[in-house]
Write a protein that binds this ligand. Structure first.
Ligand SMILES: [Zn+2]
Length: 214
């Protein structure tokens, strides 16, 4: 049975959203310095790396990440080949013939290649969900959506309309996936955001498991 880690490694070099806190990892105590144990602390934005957005990120009074339904965060998911797409719009979603009953969609776009860049420079020109794409998603029973860059919405979406359309319907948004080596198709998704009470999002470990069990 294949298990594929689609999470980004958390390091101080991992690219973060412009203006968000950068990732800081610090060893507070270290065996090498004679301390009784090695103990680390981490300081980062909850929207760093692979993470989940909760409705409260953009909707006042919306659910926080600890209140999200784990039955949506686990289960059958379709990885869609969107390598040729410049954005995920309604026309694209209509064209790809998503099987009836699909409720978790992950988009493998050219963004996933950006994670191989050792420089880890932020890219503004990433593939994102368009406004009509967000409407299509909420109108077609999709409960979870995964993207392979740091935001589901295009850069410069200062009125965060895409997030609002999705989060108002409590569509769970998983951002910062690395789908570079993932063949399009059906998998079991397991995505577990940290249970941070009251938070607008949380870092998550996300894996895909082959559907065929031998
Ligand atoms: Zn986010």
């Amino acid at each position: 049975m294949g298990v594929y880690d689609i999470s980004l490694p958390i390091t101080q070099n991992l690219v973060t959203w412009p203006g968000d806190p950068v990732i800081e990892l610090e060893k507070v105590y270290q065996l090498e310095q004679g301390d009784v144990a090695t103990v680390s602390r981490i300081n980062m934005c909850v929207h760093s790396g692979t993470h989940v957005d909760a409705p409260g990120h953009f909707i006042a009074g919306g659910k926080s990440v600890d209140e999200l339904d784990l039955t949506i965060l686990t289960g059958s998911a379709l990885v869609v080949d969107a390598l040729e797409a410049d954005n995920i719009n309604a026309a694209f979603l209509e064209k790809i013939d998503i099987p009836a009953g699909t409720n978790r969609l992950l988009f493998r776009t050219r963004n996933s290649e950006l994670w191989s860049d050792a420089q880890q420079m932020f890219t503004e020109d990433f593939v994102a969900i368009s406004e009509d794409g967000a409407h299509w998603i909420t109108e077609n029973g999709i409960q979870l959506l995964g993207v392979d860059y740091l935001s589901a919405a295009p850069f410069g979406d200062s009125n965060p309309v895409v997030h609002k359309i999705l989060l108002r319907k409590e569509t769970i948004i998983v951002e910062g996936l690395n789908l570079l080596n993932i063949e399009p198709g059906s998998y079991q998704l397991v995505c577990m955001p940290l249970k941070i009470v009251g938070a607008d999002g949380a870092p998550a470990r996300a894996i895909l498991i082959d559907e065929k069990i031998e």
